[in-house]
Design a protein around this ligand. Structure first.
Ligand code: ADP
Ligand code: MG
Length: 730
């Protein structure tokens, strides 16, 4: 074993789980302790300021300056009590991760005197001097003219000694420079469209919120082992490594007992999360060794997105205490399950009704079917845009890779609802007969069970599945900022609901149809039209790829190709109509996403070339020299015939090693040539495609020869920590 590898393995094996101060039973008392939630608001704020915040949260009302000063003063008093010394505007630039710039409350006010200062102006708006955040050309980078502005709908929290204030990040010219702003706009749009449709069924509905419950998958790897691999350190995934003899084939990790060290980490993480108001509920092992999942209770979508970003940050911080590195990459290990982030999504009214849950009466079920069918229709109409919302370099390894949702967007709804839709498809054109209505009410719509059976026995291979009372968008990558897919999903459903209302109203007003008849008529057409997006079979099988092709559904595997839908004419119109993003914002994002893609592939290519040339080949030569020495010795001590017999295997090995070395070197050179060609392209779309189509294909070829060498060369010499060590050291 090479020295580095030996020490890494030794270090990781000597680790003991950290004792976590368990406050079991009192977890509810921990919940939200470090959040400026309504409890804290009431204790630290005037009634007037409290009401103003509630109004802002519930009705999007603006908070005026005098009130902002009161809020700031209450927030400061609370934060200092919880241990804060600094404050920061906390935001989500287009890099996908979170950003902070800390300022102290402390301010000198004269010789030898200082106070803790934090006023309305510091709360409401800041200029983070963010000249090097990606902006896709919206703002001249040297100008740094962007500012952050307080988002009162997501409560402030204290992390460590810093008061963090969730904010949006926009250019002075008004364009969004972050992921949160378009999301908030999309949520506003769906609130309006869904409320109008919900009022067909209940006039008391005044507001509809989108709900999101994400499930975060990840790998936990000992930090010494991770640090011993340049690819994990720089690219977040392994670029080389022969499969371990034992992988996940025994299924012995999935839902098994959590190893002690990981358990200690997860406990620690949960305590931190609870204090920060992230309602983590479940934790379990995932399919692959050292792979885990945490999931919270669902929340309002904007808050849920913030909580996921916060969680990912907290996870890395807590991991340091436990000598772990968290791998969020979608595909850290070849041949082993990747990681996703299921986005469970639904719509909920101010009257407390989940619009995607079947109800107990025919009327509430008609409401359910309306939202259910409109969502399917939205996915059908905008499948390519939905696919584009999850297109990244990391997720490209998952989508279509036989063990993950395919790159083909389809919707699974289960047996029972398929039967219901099959019936509704036959509803007569125009006014319904009284008999038909009774039949529908009593036998079809009225019979949808409150709890759906398929819910338990559901299809895990579908990228977009209905799971009883919500849709589950499963194709989202584990590194993703949920704001991106959530912005798209909420916008397309909003658009669909808007169209639905126009069509239903037209039938009512122009044709004099009753409301129910009109709704049934429009839904019938939607069911027919969107039928080909529905798929109940095995999404991982080859048969589906063929079938989807026959149906005319797209199967876009390459991320740069998929991203084209982000800037299509239809997309620009859609986002502009809903005031979610204008053309400049859309194009800027597209540019950033392509740039991020190609930079990641570029980094991977460089790291791979470096490891192959500077680690693998020299090691192979070293071992080959040992063999050559051995063969020379054999020649010396044996007769010619005996030598021939005894040296045969060694000679064979020497030539196999030579063969792999020369292939490795020539493939690396060819890859570098392709990189050079790609780098001179000035069009970002073309450049990203060149990286996808001409650079990336070399990765597997290079890996193939290195992995073969790993199996031929003395384990003592092999420099890279092996898969079995990365995955099975506990
Ligand atoms: P699974 O079997 O996939 O773990 P669960 O029922 O436990 O299914 O739910 C998974 C996630 O779905 C959780 O984060 C949960 O909070 C979320 N979820 C449940 N109901 C809703 C809803 N109405 N809207 C959004 N998310 C929801
Ligand atoms: Mg799930």
């Amino acid at each position: 074993m090479s020295t580095l590898r030996f020490h890494a393995v030794k270090e990781s094996m000597s680790r003991k789980p950290i004792e976590i101060q368990e406050i079991e039973g009192k977890r509810s008392a921990l919940f939200g302790k470090k959040v400026f939630n309504s409890n804290a608001l009431q204790n630290f704020m005037t009634k007037e300021a409290y009401n103003a915040i509630q109004d802002a949260v519930d009705h999007g009302k603006k908070i005026d300056r005098a009130i902002a000063d009161q809020v700031a003063s209450g927030m400061k008093a609370w934060a200092i009590e919880v241990g804060a010394t600094h404050y920061t505007h906390w935001f989500q630039p287009l890099t996908g991760i979170t950003a902070e710039k800390h300022d102290a409350f402390f301010e000198p006010v004269g010789p030898g005197k200082a106070i803790e200062k934090f006023g309305g102006s510091q709360l409401v708006q800041q200029e983070p001097d963010a000249s090097s955040f990606p902006n896709g050309g919206i703002r001249n980078t040297f100008e740094a003219r962007g500012y952050t502005a307080w988002d009162p709908t997501s409560p402030a929290f204290v992390m460590g000694t810093t008061l963090c204030i969730p904010t949006i990040f926009v250019a002075y010219t008004g364009e969004a420079l972050d992921n949160k702003t378009p999301l908030l706009r999309a949520l506003q749009s769906i609130d309006k469209s869904a409320t109008e449709v919900a009022q067909y069924f209940d006039k008391n509905v005044k507001k509809v919120i989108a709900t999101l419950g994400w499930e975060q998958e990840f790998f936990l790897i000992d930090s010494a082992l991770a640090a011993s691999r340049p690819d994990l350190t720089l690219a977040g995934r392994t670029l080389l490594g022969h499969a371990s003899a034992k992988g996940q084939q025994l299924d012995d990790h999935y839902f098994g007992s959590i190893p002690a060290r990981a358990m200690s980490y997860l406990r620690d993480l949960e305590m931190e999360c609870l204090q920060l108001g992230i309602p983590i509920k479940t934790r379990h092992n995932e399919v692959a060794p050292n792979q885990f999942e945490v999931a919270p209770l669902f929340e309002e979508a904007n808050l849920a997105v913030d909580h996921n970003s916060l969680l990912m940050d907290v996870m890395q911080k807590v991991a340091q205490r436990h000598d772990f590195k968290v791998l969020f990459h979608e595909k850290p290990f070849a041949g082993i399950n990747g990681s996703g982030k299921h986005n469970n999504w639904s719509l909920s009214t101010n009257t407390g009704v989940n619009l995607l849950a079947p109800g107990k009466t025919p009327m509430s079920n008609l409401q359910f079917l309306t939202f259910f069918i409109n969502t399917i229709m939205a996915v059908y109409e905008h499948a390519d845009l939905l696919r584009a919302s999850i297109a990244t370099a990391g997720n490209e390894h998952r989508l279509g890779a036989n063990e993950a949702p395919p790159a083909i967007i389809s919707v699974f709804i289960g047996n029972q609802l398929t039967n219901v839709l099959d019936h509704l498809e036959k509803v007569s054109d125009g006014k319904l007969t009284p008999e038909e209505k009774t039949d529908l009410k009593l036998n079809i719509v009225g019979k949808i069970p409150y709890v759906l059976l398929d819910n338990t026995d559901r299809n895990r291979t579908s990228p977009f599945a209905f799971t009883g009372n919500k849709f589950e968008f499963r194709a989202v990558g584990s590194q993703a900022n949920c704001a991106v897919p959530m912005t798209v999903l909420n916008t397309i459903v909003s658009e669909q609901l808007r169209k639905f209302k126009i069509e239903v109203d037209a039938l009512k007003n122009k044709k004099g149809m009753k409301k129910d008849d009109a709704i049934f008529n429009v839904l019938r057409e939607y069911i027919k039209k969107s039928k080909k997006i529905r798929f109940e079979g095995d999404g991982y099988g080859d048969a589906w790829v063929k079938e989807a092709k026959k149906r005319g559904l797209n199967n876009i595997k390459s991320a740069p190709e998929a991203l084209k839908a982000r800037v299509s004419k239809e997309t620009v119109k859609l986002f502009s109509d809903h005031n979610v993003m204008n053309k400049v914002e859309i194009e800027a994002r597209h540019e950033i996403e392509l740039e991020e893609y190609l930079l990641r592939i570029q980094i991977e290519g460089r790291v791979l070339g470096d490891i192959a040339t500077n680690h693998v080949i020299p090691t192979a030569i070293k071992y080959q020299n040992v063999l050559i020495e051995n063969v020379r010795g054999l020649k010396e001590i044996f007769s010619a015939t005996e030598y021939k017999k005894n040296a045969a295997e060694q000679l064979q090995l020497i030539s196999e090693i030579s063969n792999h070395i020369s292939n490795l070197k020539s493939k690396v050179n060819a890859m570098i040539e392709e990189r050079k060609k790609a780098n001179v392209l000035s069009n970002t779309q073309k450049k990203a495609s060149a990286y996808a189509d001409h650079v990336k294909p070399y990765f597997d070829e290079i890996r193939h020869h290195s992995d073969k060498l790993e199996m031929l060369i003395d384990d003592e010499l092999w420099p890279l920590t092996k898969y079995r060590e990365l995955l099975f050291t506990k």
